[in-house]
Write a protein that binds this ligand. Structure first.
Ligand code: ME8
Length: 657
């Protein structure tokens, strides 16, 4: 048993919570839940950054007193995180007395050590980013980060001797290879440090913020620079300075999760230099995550908070709830899953409701929901609703657990790989149903074999539920309830095979992720072999795929006309990011236009001149306003896409059989 302390950035309260700020908060919650399951002593802290100049400006623009305004905003963040099922242990508000005490003590300590000194400051400052820049760092005279105008600031104040820390930081990075993650961002930090560091002004003339300690000369009217104050929140949460026992227990933090925007200058440079100056240990890891965009653009309240698109995670969850007819907390689970599954943590990606819906229907509805539904329905039907005798250990379940543990519990956390490992187990179980065909075993009267298959499925699903709990706590609990695991213990040790007791009564099958249909309400179609449960009041799961894949005759196949063609031109579809518009020579009089959903994987240039295989007698269809006269063949495992080509050049129009 160890301890684990994970932090999120503390968010500016001039903006509402949105999917961008939900992202690191969900990520931190997931590792925190994982470590609790491991039996570690866990602390997850988040909070709000309330002392920024822009916060006071926004409040005054809205005709509110800054304090009343920040109180309201902090409550909005807390409410959002609670409804998103975030189990934080601490919420630091920088207007709290404990933060004031910590910041003042920190400054006094550094002043006494000579790392903070009084001098005159002159330079460029970006108010929205709360950051100083040197002339040479500006982009065409504007802020290099946000592109907005900068202001010339001239005021005496206190400085932090950041310039002293270039070498110590470079040495620390060299000695601690996975301290900064991911690797390529670490390289950016090294390059930044090699450019040299300047001392930074850490005070402002303002009446909004944490006052410079009265013990320091010329402190009247000066407050601490908001970034200097904000970074200290991490040690405030751990108990600095007045709870030394608690502080020794929690500090250093195990992981700071932060966006790439605040990684290099603040979390990988200023903050560790501050800690070095104070003689405190550095966090174990600092992890930079990528950015979500909407339609390729930065998320912004003015653009995306209006009628057209909801950026608030609760609004998004409500939209999914309405579209699917699922419960709100399941929609929250789906959103949590989406954020961590859709793109690698370090990368950038585009957020769209369609992409959420696709993952919801495919991954959650089909792969997971249907599996639960079919399993429970079959146990009901073939085993009288009672869990049969324990079957042999399923190595795939143990394998998935090892992978999840490695990806969520290691120093380098990889959410996407952890989820993929669970999906490997689910795919295995789905294939296992098809291959073992319990309906045939039942017909043949082989009750032992049926029992074996049913136990393996139910216990395999129990394992999947435990592994998914950190990401989807509600869905995990629903699965547990359906397979009759009445008092689930969400611990890693509950993963021992055989935890589901024979003789346990299962619950009625019920949809966990009812399918989103394009139009109208979701419906139920009973499968021939495994009927869906008796008429459900709520819309139910997508129909389970027919247990036996229908066979076709050679005549059926002959109806599909497959031909080889060469791509003459390729361009982006004018109205859809994911589609490409191709002109393809099929050996006919005129080329055919084919619209293909491969833009995420292929650039137009990569396709021109390639031979492909086309379904030539498909009814033409309009795709986002463009006619498509055929379909190209491509292989997909649900992840990547590989366009099929003949392995040597053949005349256009050649038949494929
Ligand atoms: O920078 N995609 O606060 P902030 C992904 N108060 N993550 C995003 C995002 C997006 N589109 N938008 C925001 C601050 N984030 C300071 C932090 S910490 C001591 C002080 C996430 O409200 C991302 O983690 O601007 C980013 O670093 C953080 O929110 C910044 O939130």
């Amino acid at each position: 048993m160890g301890k684990y302390f994970v932090t999120t950035p503390i968010y500016y309260v001039n903006d509402v919570p949105h999917i961008g700020t939900a992202y690191p908060t969900v990520a931190a919650d997931v590792v925190a839940r994982f470590h609790r399951m491991m039996g570690d002593l866990v602390r997850m802290s988040t909070g709000t950054d309330e002392n920024a100049t822009k916060v006071a400006r926004v409040a005054l623009q809205r005709g509110e007193q800054p304090k009343a305004f920040v109180d309201g905003m902090a409550a909005a963040f807390q409410d959002t995180w609670r409804r998103m099922n975030i189990q934080y242990d601490d919420f630091v508000r920088t207007t709290e007395p404990r933060q004031h005490a910590a910041v003042q003590r920190f400054i006094e300590t550094l002043y006494a050590r000579g790392d903070v000194y009084y001098a005159e400051y002159e330079g460029w400052y970006c108010i929205p980013c709360e950051t100083h820049y040197l002339e040479g760092q500006l982009t065409e005279g504007n802020c290099p980060e946000c592109g907005r105008g900068v202001e010339w600031m001239k005021e005496p104040g206190y400085f932090f001797r950041l310039s002293q820390y270039t070498e110590p930081l470079l040495d620390y990075i060299a000695a601690h290879p996975d301290w900064l993650q991911p690797e390529y961002r670490k390289n950016e930090v090294v390059a930044f440090l090699k450019g040299g560091l300047r001392d930074v002004n850490i005070t402002r003339k303002s009446d909004w913020g944490i006052p410079v300690p009265a013990a320091l000369p010329n402190s009247a009217g000066l407050v601490i620079y908001v970034w200097y104050d904000a970074l200290i929140n991490y040690i405030t949460s751990a108990g600095y300075p007045d709870a030394p026992t608690e502080f020794a227990q929690w500090w250093p933090a195990d992981a700071h999760l932060v966006g790439k925007d605040i990684f290099t200058r603040f979390h990988a440079t200023l903050w560790p230099a501050m800690l070095m100056a104070a003689g405190l240990p550095l966090p174990e890891t600092v992890v930079a995550h990528g950015y979500w965009t909407i339609g390729g653009e930065k998320i912004s309240k003015s653009k995306h908070g209006g009628k057209g698109f909801r950026i608030n995670p609760l609004d998004l969850a409500q939209e999914l709830t309405d579209a699917a007819g699922c419960t709100f907390d399941i929609a929250v689970d789906a959103l949590r899953y989406f954020l961590l599954r859709e793109m690698p943590f370090g990368a950038d990606g585009d957020f769209s409701l369609e992409a959420v819906y696709r993952r919801y229907n495919n991954d959650l509805g089909n792969d997971l929901g249907n599996l639960v539904n079919r399993t429970v329905t079959m146990i009901d039907r073939y085993c009288g609703g009672v869990i049969p005798a324990v079957a042999e250990v399923l190595p795939e379940a143990g394998h998935a657990a090892k992978l999840v543990e490695a990806h969520l519990g290691g120093r380098v956390v990889n959410y996407m790989e952890a989820l993929k490992a669970v999906w490997e187990l689910l795919s295995y179980l789905n294939r296992y149903i098809e291959e073992s065909a319990p309906w045939k075993l039942q017909k043949a009267g082989d009750t032992d074999a049926v029992a074996r298959v049913m136990y393996t499925l139910a216990e395999g699903l129990r394992h999947a539920a435990v592994l998914l709990y950190p990401v989807m706590p509600t869905a995990a609990a629903r699965i547990a309830a359906q397979i009759g695991w009445a008092h689930p213990t969400w611990t890693w040790s509950s993963l021992a095979w055989g935890g589901l007791r024979p003789g346990t009564q299962i619950a009625a099958a019920g949809p966990i992720f009812p399918r989103i249909l394009e139009t109208g309400a979701p419906t139920v179609e009973p499968t021939p072999e495994i009927p869906a449960p008796a008429p459900a009041p709520a819309p139910t799961e997508a129909p389970a795929p027919a247990p036996e894949i229908a066979q076709i005759t050679i005549d059926d196949f002959a109806k599909v006309q497959l031909k080889v063609g060469t791509i003459l031109t390729a361009e982006k579809h004018p109205k859809a990011d994911k589609l490409l518009k191709l002109q393809v020579d099929l050996g006919e009089e005129t080329p055919r236009q084919i619209i293909a959903g491969i833009a995420a994987v292929y650039t137009p240039e990569a396709l021109v001149g390639r031979q492909i295989i086309v379904v030539a007698n498909l009814q033409p269809a309009k795709l986002r306003g463009e006619i498509s006269q055929g379909m190209l063949l491509a292989a997909s495992d649900g992840e990547g896409i590989a366009v099929l080509s003949p392995d040597k050049a053949v005349p256009n129009g050649s038949k494929v059989r």
